[in-house]
Design a protein around this ligand. Sequence first.
Ligand SMILES: Cc1cc2nc3c(=O)[nH]c(=O)nc-3n(C[C@H](O)[C@H](O)[C@H](O)COP(=O)(O)OP(=O)(O)OC[C@H]3O[C@@H](n4cnc5c(N)ncnc54)[C@H](O)[C@@H]3O)c2cc1C
Length: 271
Amino acid sequence: MYATTYHKPKTLAEAVKLYTNSDEPSYLSGGHTLIPTLKSRLAAPAHLIDVRNIPELFGIEVTADKVIIGSATKHAVVAASGEIKAAIPALSGLAGSIGDVQVRHMGTIGGSTANNDPAADYPAAVLSLDATLHTDRREIPAEDYFQGLYTTALEPGEILVRVEFKTPEIAGYAKFRNPASRYSMAASFVARHRDGHIRVAITGAGNEGVFRWTEAEELLTVNFSAEALEGLTIDPSRMMGDMHAPADYRAHLVAVMTRRAVQNLGGTHIL
Ligand SMILES: Cc1cc2nc3c(=O)[nH]c(=O)nc-3n(C[C@H](O)[C@H](O)[C@H](O)COP(=O)(O)OP(=O)(O)OC[C@H]3O[C@@H](n4cnc5c(N)ncnc54)[C@H](O)[C@@H]3O)c2cc1C
């Protein structure tokens, strides 16, 4: 690793000021993406600004129609929350499916959502549950937030403070994991919202990262059952292809995982 200066701000304002006044800064949360990136010399920030001591970035609040999670909240804390499990069991199960025990005890929802890895789990929940991303500067609707592989609407120095999910009437998450990394090779988060609208978000498969599968949403709006999706396919040219799975296999998995998500509403189906 390169030499870097480590900072431990205690307030949001202090963190933003440090970022603004530093050359080549980077925020650090759980470090489970950033530190491997530094080790492999793909990034070399001169200043690491650790956001894990900022009280505003912590906490879970469950209201009658929302689940709000501070960005520095670890995956394990989300998975273990009885309140989240009662409100949105599919979100709780998603958090529990991330990586392994060590990853879940270090990685955070903010780091995952800021990083927007095309195989990450949270982006599917954020998009399907029509979430709002609260930063130190503004509120960003999920629809405008994800902007392609590893790209989001966050501007340089903007800190993700909390993620506010809409509690759906019901939701399900199905994920086909890469057996080595446990990242998704194709996963589908299906939600029926309280006003009746359906959202299907796919992660792990799309060549532009997380996306809404609108054709599946239209069929589920007419008939909210796995049978309604029989025969529906997705164009492999929209899929990633790599050494783990070719594009046509990912396209097949997207259809299967979406049907499984509907068959497992109120929970998760992890393969
Ligand atoms: C072996 C392994 C397996 C994994 N498996 C999975 C998996 O199955 N599913 C999955 O979804 N993920 C998986 N991950 C990734 C894991 O969830 C990471 O924790 C996550 O991608 C990044 O979160 P972090 O808190 O570690 O962020 P960091 O690595 O600290 O930061 C990541 C990026 O986000 C930025 N950032 C962090 N916090 C903020 C903030 N509050 N505001 C603005 N920018 C911020 C950082 O500057 C950096 O650019 C895996 C990781 C490993 C090492």
